[in-house]
Design a protein around this ligand. Sequence first.
Ligand code: SF4
Length: 361
Amino acid sequence: MKYYKRNETRKVNVGGVIIGGGSPITVQSMVNTDKGDWKAAVRQIKELENAGCEIVRISLPDIQTAQDISKIKKRIKIPLVADIHFDYRIAIEAIKQGIDKLRLNPGNIGAKENISAVVEEAKKAHIPIRIGLNAGSLKSIRKINDNFLRAKELVKAAMDNVKIFERHKFYDIVVSLKSSNISITAEAYKIFASKRNYPLHLGITESGSLFSGNIKSAAGLGIMLYDGLGDTIRVSLTANPVEEVKAGYCLLQALGLRNSGIEIISCPTCSRCQVDLINMVCQTEEALSKMKRLKNLSKPIKIAMMGCVVNGPGEAKDADFGIAGTKDGGLLFENGEIIGKVKPKNWVKTILSMISRYQNS
Ligand code: SF4
């Protein structure tokens, strides 16, 4: 949206998906299937693809898991990122296997020579690397009590690595500065953005369960995105990774930064509501989540599902179409005009059939 001034960053190509340089903010997630079960990883990545995930990351705890990368890559459509900790040789094997991007955690990858070795191989393979700082694995940060100083320490660690990369004339860099504390994270990204223009991968790490993690991520990422920071996001949840993708789009859509398809405007209900709106909205969302990504939509759709005629007609008129509850059902609106009446049992069916019309138009 025009009212956000996006921070200007370099473009980085991750297996054909562009991060940064004003490209749409991409939504990422991460595989959580059992180590070594590459077939399960492929199955999960396909579910993530269907949910709209644009870049997916996989943890490679050892060389054997890195050797499965080419098998996974052959069977999926979206770019695959290798998450590497402790052993730089796994990164080098992942590059050999055709990985699209690496995420290195400089807090635990060891000597600078190890980082240099990976950077040189990535350069030859033309793949980017995310310098993925995580406050939890940075020893120097634990001694500091002040959040601002902690943020500065995170940035310092990132910059130490950025400089190693730059000494190799390697600029296909993405940076993340994650912490489970919102103010440290937001401050660290802000400081980093004042120093370099590498694209930023945003996240609030270890943010929690589906409910609390979504709220914490929305608060944290919301602050940074509103400030114009961020080129790609991952909403970290202790939940099915598909939920991370849904949450990512929902968050970007709420901020007007991505139009992922369908936005439902629904009221909180009150004693005036004479239909079972809560259930109807849940059923509609459930049905929508099962529809293969609504890719055929020529433009985003705004749908209003409102409990009564107090705010209902206004919201329904403002939407592409919608229903506002009445005592015997609801009034169906499209483009601001009443086009019919709908019985309560037919609300969900009507909304879905209207969506199909837009899909095919
Ligand atoms: S639209 Fe009607 S039912 Fe919904 S919250 Fe407002 S007054 Fe209550």
